[in-house]
Design a protein. Structure first.
Length: 275
């Protein structure tokens, strides 16, 4: 298998005595480095690369709530972004790198989407449904955000304008990921990964196509390579299998599947780790 367009992969792994922490590796599974957890600071989840590949946003539970943090790609420069008495998670960057959309849980356990402006620190609520809304993904043109609405009518992946407005239903599924060109959406559904072609408005341009079988495992959390040729994803074992989840890389048509390393929630960087 060729390289994934040059990008490295950020992911999470359970470390002895530390729980879930953020690590990085090259796209061939080598040069694994631990970014978080060098000092007692709580577990860290779901890393998301900035568009320039210099920083990562992640969630960490350290004082009773899950907040968002930034860290440089070498593990330095950690910065806390949110500090509300709420659970913030599922961060995703805008294509221009100036905003982050995320899911915030309120005191009743429901979740809505919010957008953080990095320059000012201002946070604006994007959705008001509180239907367990999670897994947001910004479209490459910056105009739309796909997300999962668990209690929608119907439930599944919805799309909303990034500046706010009415959301529309797209497809059953979870964990959406836009292709770099914006003409496809990868997502998880029925234990498998699927691809859905999109038109210029972010609506379906055909039937969704299954690209993994989901027979012996659950495949999810897809992340595209910068050139759009490959997809990294998390492969979870079945409930009666005590083996760890794995980071897997494949061609976007489902061929040339390679297991890279133990871990969860991969995110492919737009630039090589050594650049």
């Amino acid at each position: 298998m060729g390289s994934s367009g040059g990008g490295g992969i950020a992911f999470c792994r359970e470390l002895p005595g530390l729980g879930s922490q953020v690590l990085t590796m090259r796209a061939d599974g080598t040069d694994v480095k631990q970014l978080t957890g060098h000092t007692p600071q709580g577990e860290c989840y779901r890393p998301s690369w900035s568009p320039d590949g210099r920083r990562l946003c992640f969630a960490s539970r350290r004082d009773g709530y899950s907040s968002l943090y930034l860290v440089d790609r070498d593990g330095g420069g950690e910065q806390r972004l949110t500090a509300e008495p709420a659970d913030d998670d599922f961060a995703a960057w805008s294509p221009d790198g100036v905003r982050i959309v995320f899911s915030r849980g309120n005191q009743t356990g429901a979740d809505a989407l919010f957008i953080l402006d990095l320059a000012s620190g201002a946070i604006a609520q994007l959705t008001d449904h509180y239907g367990l809304e999670s897994s947001p993904a910004w479209s490459p043109d910056g105009r739309s955000i796909a997300f999962r609405r668990a209690f929608g009518r119907p439930p599944g992946i919805h799309v909303i304008p990034a500046e706010g407005g009415e959301a529309w239903f797209l497809t059953p599924g979870d964990e959406p990921g836009w292709s770099p060109s914006g003409d496809r959406l990868a997502f998880s559904h029925a234990e498998s990964l699927w691809l859905l072609a999109l038109d210029g408005t972010g609506r379906p341009a055909g039937e969704a196509r299954r690209v993994t079988d989901g027979i012996r495992h659950r495949d999810g959390h897809p992340s595209w390579s910068p050139d759009g040729r490959q997809i990294a994803f998390e492969r979870q074992p079945l409930a009666d299998d005590d083996s760890a989840s794995q980071i897997v890389l494949m061609e976007r048509d489902g061929t040339e599947v390679t297991t890279l390393a133990e871990g969860r929630t991969p995110d492919l960087s737009p630039r090589p780790l050594g650049a």
